[in-house]
Design a binder for this molecule. Sequence first.
Ligand SMILES: Nc1ncnc2c1ncn2[C@@H]1O[C@H](COP(=O)(O)OP(=O)(O)OP(=O)(O)O)[C@@H](O)[C@H]1O
Ligand SMILES: [Mg+2]
Length: 318
Amino acid sequence: MSDTIKKREEVKLVTVPSPYLVPERNAGKALVLEANHLGIDFGGLTAVDDFNLGMSQNEITGLIGPNGAGKTTVFNLLTKVYQQSRGTIFLDGKDTMGMSSTQVNQAGIARTFQNIRLFDKLTVEDNVKIGLHNSINYHMWEGVFRLPVYWKEEKKAHERVLELLSIFDMADMADKPAGSLPYGAQRRLEIVRALATKPKVLLLDEPAAGMNPSETAELMDNISKIRDEFGIAILLIEHDMNLVMGICEGIVVLNFGRIIAKGTPSEIQNNPVVVEAYLGKSHENKNSGASGTSDEDAKKASGDDAHKSNNRKKGGKR
Ligand SMILES: Nc1ncnc2c1ncn2[C@@H]1O[C@H](COP(=O)(O)OP(=O)(O)OP(=O)(O)O)[C@@H](O)[C@H]1O
Ligand SMILES: [Mg+2]
C-alpha cells in the first residue's frame, strides 16, 4: 500500500454548518458543490431521490452502490444532461437551475464518462485542446487568417496540453490518434481533457473500469496528485473498492436512488446496511460491529427485501 493511501486513512469527517460531512481540514471552507434533496423520475421510475451532498475544494468523495443504484444519474444531474425533477444544485454558491451542460462546464464542473467518449480519429493533443476551448483567446477571423495572436495562443495551448498530459506521463503520445491508444491510456486521456476545462469539481465515472491492478494503483496515486496539485473537489464513482477505500476521505452509498450511508472508508466498510446492500455477506463476517453515519433512509433500505433482490450484481462491475 502506498504512502498516499496510508495518509488518507487518517482523515476524519466532521459536520459543517449544514447536514454535510467534510474532511476536518475543510471544516471552515465554503462548499464548492452542494446538492440538496436532488431527485429525478423517468416515467414511473424514481432513479434518484433526496440526494444530498456537500463538497469543499481539495476533497475526494466516493459515490458507490450496486449496478442501477443511480450513480451515473447523479452525475447526469450535476452536469445538466438531465434537469432535476426536484431539489437544487449550487456550484460555488451559484444555483445551476436552468443551466445547460456547456454552461455548467464553464462554471466549473467537468466529468468523464462510464463509456469512454473521445474523438478517436483526432490526435491526443486535439482531444485535450477541445477541453481548453474556454481559455483560448482569439477571434474566429484571427484564426482563419492565421494572424500572430492565433499562433501565440496556439503555442500557449500546445504547451498547456503537454503539461496536462505529463500528469499521466502521456506527453509523448500527443500526436497519436486517440483511438490508437490502449484502453487504460484512453481513460487517462479523458481525465486530462476534463482537467483542461479548469474545473472546480471533477466527476469521474468508473475511471478504473477495464484497467489492470497496476494501472489502477497508478491511477489512485494520480487522482490524489491531481487533487493536491489542482486543489479541486473530486467525486468518484468506482466499483473497485481498493481504489475507493484507498483515496476517498468520505464515501456516499446509494441504493435504489437513495443515500443509505455516508461516512469514512472504515465506517462504510463496517456499516451493516452497506455490507448487506452492496459489499456482500462475506465482508460482514470479517467486519461485524461498528456502523458508519447512516441516513434515515438506511433503515428503510435495510428492511426492503424486494429492493435487495433487485440488485443485479454486488460489489464488482468492471
Ligand atoms: N434516461 C433514462 N431513462 C430511463 N431510465 C433511466 C435513464 N437513465 C437512467 N435510468 C435508470 O435509472 C436507474 C439508475 O441508472 P444509473 O445508470 O444511474 O445507475 P448506476 O448506479 O450508474 O449503475 P452502474 O453501476 O451499472 O453504472 C436505472 O434503473 C436506469 O435504468
Ligand atoms: Mg453508472
